[in-house]
Design a protein around this ligand. Structure first.
Ligand code: NAD
Length: 252
């Protein structure tokens, strides 16, 4: 029970990494607050967790909305008495295009969901963690935000994910003395809807780019997030933690 008695907020919980994280964290004793766009998926997941794994509540919304960021924290407080940790994981790949061909709307979509929403999330979460005497925040960045991996058309996505590393480091520096830790998690290719799980040819291509010659399961990435959110990582803050099957060290 790595997360016993911790109240943890997870965004992007309706599928992929966030869903796997919700199930894992609840099984490790956490009370989980589930956020994402799709209410029906969140309701089903909350039911699954509440029927024997642990305790879950949910609220659907858009992470770009500052009121939603606040409402999720308020829900953690009313349902579970406060907020100990947050896995700010919701994200989109967006339109893939060379920057010279990319419209400002496509750029703004990716930056607002992946980066500006993280700013809004932290802004809402820090006071609640301060009231609790400390906490742990994790942003889901990506190997693309560190090494790109030679993937084409990733300008907006890479900028947003690299931005999360800078945001995590700045927050870590500002709040370390308050016992609030902030880290970024950089997954490699992961089998999820956004990772192309419905497109075997694409997944095979991405898998071969990794020195391990496979993609991660969502649960493997959730396990890395569990480490950063738990007290096992108590001396880690401001870290861009890579869990990418060796993608960042490949020699091509
Ligand atoms: P996914 O598509 O299965 O899940 C994305 C989640 O984000 C969904 O729950 C969705 O509802 C939520 N979301 C998207 N936009 C939102 C919005 N505006 N408001 C609220 N919720 C929103 O994808 P995933 O692969 O599980 O992605 C999770 C995170 O992992 C993302 O940040 C993604 O960039 C990152 N990531 C994924 C991979 C990969 O290969 N799958 C690799 C590295 C990083």
């Amino acid at each position: 029970m790595e997360l016993e008695n911790k109240s943890i907020l997870i965004t992007g919980a309706s599928s992929g990494i966030g869903r796997a994280a919700a199930l894992l964290f609840a099984a490790e004793g956490a009370d989980v607050v589930l956020g994402a766009r799709r209410s029906a998926e969140l309701e089903t997941l909350a039911e699954t967790i509440n029927q024997g794994i642990g305790r879950a509540v949910y609220l659907a919304g858009d992470v770009r909305d500052e009121r939603y960021a606040t409402a999720l924290v308020d829900l953690a407080t009313t349902a579970f008495g406060g907020l100990d940790a947050a896995f700010n994981n919701a994200g989109i790949v967006g339109d893939l295009a060379p920057v010279a061909d990319m419209g400002l709307g496509s750029w703004n979509d990716v930056i607002s969901v992946n980066l500006t929403a993280a700013f809004l999330a932290a802004k809402a979460q820090i006071p609640a963690m301060r009231a609790r005497g400390g906490g742990s925040i994790v942003f889901t960045s990506s190997f693309v935000g560190f090494s790109n991996g030679g993937l084409p058309g990733m300008g907006a996505y890479a900028a947003s994910k690299a931005g999360l590393i800078g945001l995590a480091q700045s927050l870590a520096s500002d709040h370390a003395a308050e016992r609030i830790r902030v880290n970024a998690l950089l997954p490699g290719g992961t089998v999820t809807p956004a990772g192309g799980e419905d497109n075997p040819d694409f997944m095979e291509y991405i898998a071969t780019l990794h020195p391990m010659k496979r993609m991660a399961s969502a649960k493997e990435i959730a396990q890395a997030a569990l480490f950063l959110l738990s007290d096992r990582s108590s001396f880690m803050t401001g870290s861009p933690m890579i869990a990418d099957g060796g993608m960042s060290v490949r020699l091509i």
